[in-house]
Design a protein around this ligand. Structure first.
Ligand code: C2O
Ligand code: CU
Length: 464
């Protein structure tokens, strides 16, 4: 049964021997490029007796290989497309030069089957990021095209064995345990909360178990790579503090100010845990808490270091008083208010909706129009006033910039307005975000519930 509420669990928890994130699958060519090939790979997602699935993976591993760089370093990746359809890679949360942002059809032509594309960029901020396909993402990401991108501080804050990356995904399995391909593209999902899976993995394993050493401090980097699922977490329950959101450190590690904390699609949360008792990171969104991963604490050497502090990345503060404000009215979806919707310059009616799959809109426009939603001079501050006139929660992502959430429902924010690249907006809620438009080019603003983006919740703005 596909339910939104309960997961099926794999057989037996996998014990993750070392706690080092595996750097498997990375090959560096003679010219210094990391080679990442996107291609089909047959994989048993579920237990041994289950049917295999033809996934689409980077370098044949799920998640794709962890790319690690030092802050300020130049990263060069050669994407080889061994898929049967065009693709591109987006470096999520990296404040990147526009032509390297990897958005098929906006910042580059999609990379055709058999062709390659060279990404070459500098990583300006330390923190937890990820990369994923950005052409028909609702399909390509659901089939496995994503991986972690970790940017270390100039001198890494945590030693590697105390620095864990957990890439979380939910897969929709059919009865035989293989990936349910038939349901990809179901407009029923597109018009509701997106496509949910029923089988949860962390770094490709069901309910992995990690070993921690008593008294030692760990950084646990959570990355939500699911197409549409929102996790609900309560880090305070096991004494974890929050170090960072979406790559950007909080001024100091702190306990969550409310519970549950949402981890929407594409969001990241870095936790700080000083190992005391065994615990599980649980998803609280279902009927019962579901252990995403468990942690066993064993005795060992005395810790040699204290708890490291993360320093802020160089992001400019928006000038809110002099900012230009743009309002986005989000509409559509099941149980939503109907408005006249323009798609590709034409007003949609009746049969056009199922035919085009355009079920959501920003200011009455579904998906990317010819002209930008707004155009602004480099260096100006922007306030986006986002009004969710739909019956669903959404996870809104700005490309190329981090922003502060400055207002929710007319109330100022009580959590210190952390920098984010993706924010949650509840049904009938309004949220204001602010940032300095300091990165020239064409940037997307879209819902990261990938079915919603494909179905219209997608626009772009220009910085000139
Ligand atoms: Cu993580 Cu437009 O994407
Ligand atoms: Cu959405």
């Amino acid at each position: 049964m596909i339910t939104r509420r309960n997961f099926i669990a794999g057989t037996g928890a996998a014990i993750v021997a070392g706690v080092c994130p595996p750097l498997f699958g990375i090959a560096r060519a003679d010219d210094g490029y990391i080679e990442i090939s996107a291609g089909p790979t047959s994989r048993k997602l579920y237990h041994e007796d289950a049917a295999a699935s033809e996934l689409w993976l980077y370098n044949q591993v799920s998640p794709g290989p962890e790319i690690r760089a030092r802050v300020g370093e130049r990263v060069r990746v050669r994407l080889v497309n061994n898929l049967e359809e065009p693709t591109s890679i987006h470096w999520h949360g990296i404040r990147i030069a526009n032509d390297m942002d990897g958005v098929s059809g906006l910042t580059q032509d999609p990379v055709q089957p058999g062709e390659t594309f060279e990404y070459d960029f500098v990583v300006p901020d330390a923190g937890t990021y990820w990369y994923h396909a950005h052409n028909k993402s609702w399909n390509q990401v659901a089939r496995g095209l994503y991986g972690p991108l970790i940017v270390d501080e100039a001198s890494p804050a945590f030693p590697p064995e105390h620095d864990l990356t957990l890439v979380i995904d939910d897969w929709r399995l059919s009865r035989d345990g293989s990936l349910d391909f038939a349901s990809l593209g179901h407009l029923m999902d597109w018009s509701h909360g997106g496509r949910f899976g029923n089988y949860l993995t962390v770094n490709g394993e069901s309910r992995p178990e990690f070993e921690l050493i008593e008294g030692h401090a760990y950084r646990i980097r959570l990355i939500n790579a699911a197409n549409a699922r929102i996790f609900e977490l309560d880090p305070g329950k096991y004494g974890a503090k929050i170090l960072a959101f979406d790559g950007q450190p909080l001024p100091q590690a702190e306990y969550a100010v409310y519970s549950p904390m949402l981890l929407t699609p594409a969001q990241r949360m870095d936790l700080l845990v000083t190992a005391g008792q065994d615990f599980a990171i649980e998803d609280l969104s279902g009927n019962d808490p579901y252990p995403i991963a468990t942690f066993k604490v064993k005795k060992g050497s005395k810790p040699v270091m204290g708890v490291p502090k993360l320093s802020p990345n160089p992001i400019s503060e928006p000038d809110i008083l002099n900012a230009r404000t743009f309002t986005i009215d989000m509409t559509g979806g099941a149980m939503g208010r109907m408005v006249e919707t323009v798609y590709n310059g034409k007003v949609l009616s009746g049969e056009d909706y199922p035919r085009t799959g355009q079920l959501w809109a920003f200011n009455g426009v579904a998906n990317l129009a010819e002209d930008p939603f707004f155009s602004i001079k480099r260096g100006e501050s922007v306030v986006l006033n986002v009004i969710n006139n739909t019956a669903f929660l959404h996870a809104m992502h700005v490309h190329g910039h981090h922003f502060r959430v400055i207002e929710r429902e007319g109330a100022t924010i009580d959590d210190g307005q952390p920098w984010r690249d993706t924010f949650a907006i509840g049904p009938d809620q309004s949220v204001k975000i602010a940032f300095v438009a300091d990165n020239p080019g064409k940037w997307l603003f879209h819902c990261h519930m990938l079915e919603h983006a494909a179905a219209g919740m997608n626009t772009w703005f220009e910085i000139v």
